[in-house]
Design a protein around this ligand. Structure first.
Ligand code: ACO
Length: 326
């Protein structure tokens, strides 16, 4: 079986645009602080009643259409998310049902902002192993549902959305070439979201979630994200025997423009070849890499044959990178 090759892509974003001025009216912050410290000008927030699966489905449908896949052609659906509609069944199951897929299996991957890279690697590996022919790999998150809108250190950073790739076996050496994934201990408390899990259990019966807001040590996350992304990029480049400049585009997780600038500096890599969209979408967590890749493909910045590096880091702490020939 061939490695996972990009057949199509799609995205879905909420209609509602929330500018930095929206926060200025509510908390002690400023458009200037948010723009200069993060690079974010606005983000999209989903409406109450909209679910992660709604966005995952819309992005997946578009990816299937651009790939020319029918409902009998998709053997696997992997959804990277930390905010599923419900504890179970998975978002992947809901996408499979809504798309009417007849021969698919699916599951969710919970690796926070690194989730898409982990999910893409899982799909690529299972395609290579012959478990599925074509796969939908989706990143979908509605982090606005986790934000304390009075906590200025986190609420300005995130946005909602979904991105999806359709991948299938490559016959000509294109597709996923090398992958590095890593999870390191010792950083569980720097970034996360308590609540909704067994850790807060106080009785044998189900109780409401009182602690479901993001907590974060921003400067520690900043350092870990830079270090993790740089480690992952170096690892896949070493595997491929390539230099950074051999890569046409880096498509990174979108956490902070200053993180991306540090990565560019570290590798002496032209920042204009690093895809960014956090100015308009903020940090869309597991959705950020496929949204950025889709937009670069659609705009013709990334074209067939290009060597592209996907890289992400996030809560856990996890990091990973995938070298891909489009
Ligand atoms: N508006 C105004 N002031 C703020 C705001 C805000 N929204 N948020 C924090 N501040 C203040 C702080 O209170 C602090 O004030 P003090 O000096 O009086 O105590 C000051 O700004 C500096 O705070 P720091 O946290 O040191 O600011 P820093 O320059 O590190 O920027 C930021 C904070 C943007 C969160 C940065 O640390 C960062 O981006 N870290 C990475 C976090 C991240 O990306 N998380 C997303 C999830 S993980 C991932 O995607 C990899």
């Amino acid at each position: 079986m061939g490695n996972g090759w990009l057949l199509g892509s799609g995205i879905a974003l909420p209609q509602r645009r929330v500018a930095n001025s929206w926060f200025e009216e509510r908390i002690d912050t400023s458009d200037e602080w948010i723009r200069t410290r993060t690079g974010i000008s606005e983000r999209r927030f989903a409406e109450i009643g909209e679910k992660t699966s709604d966005y995952a489905l819309a992005a997946a449908r578009q990816a299937m259409q651009t790939a020319g896949l029918g409902r009998d052609d998709v053997g696997m659906v992997v959804v990277a998310t930390s905010v599923p509609d419900m504890t179970f069944p998975s978002v992947a199951n809901q996408v499979i049902e809504s798309l009417g897929l007849t021969t698919a299996f699916g599951y969710d991957v919970g690796a926070a902002c690194c989730g898409f890279v982990f999910a893409m690697s899982a799909a690529d590996s299972q395609i290579r192993a012959g478990l599925a022919r074509n796969a939908l790999v989706i990143g979908a998150d509605i982090y606005s549902s986790l934000l304390d809108m009075n906590d200025r250190s986190t609420c300005v950073l995130f946005g909602d959305g979904a991105g999806a790739l359709a991948i299938g076996p490559s016959a000509d050496g294109r597709g996923v070439l090398h992958t590095c994934l890593r999870s390191v201990g010792g950083h569980i408390d720097v970034l996360g979201c308590r609540g909704g899990g067994t850790a807060g259990r106080t009785s044998m019966t189900a109780t409401g979630h009182e602690d479901g807001r993001i907590f974060m040590d921003g400067p520690a996350v900043f350092r870990l994200a830079v270090q993790g992304c740089c480690n992952a990029i170096s690892a896949v480049l070493d595997m491929a025997g390539l230099k950074p400049i051999d890569v046409a585009h880096i498509v990174p997780h979108q956490a902070n423009m200053r993180i991306l600038a540090k990565i560019a500096d570290h590798f002496d890599y032209p920042i204009e070849h690093i895809e960014t969209n956090l100015k308009v979408y903020g940090n869309t967590a597991a959705a950020s890499v496929p949204i950025a890749l889709h937009e670069a493909l659609k705009a013709g910045r990334i074209v067939p044959g290009d060597l592209v590096l996907l890289v992400a880091a996030g809560a856990g702490f996890n990091w990973g990178a995938i070298l891909l020939r489009v």
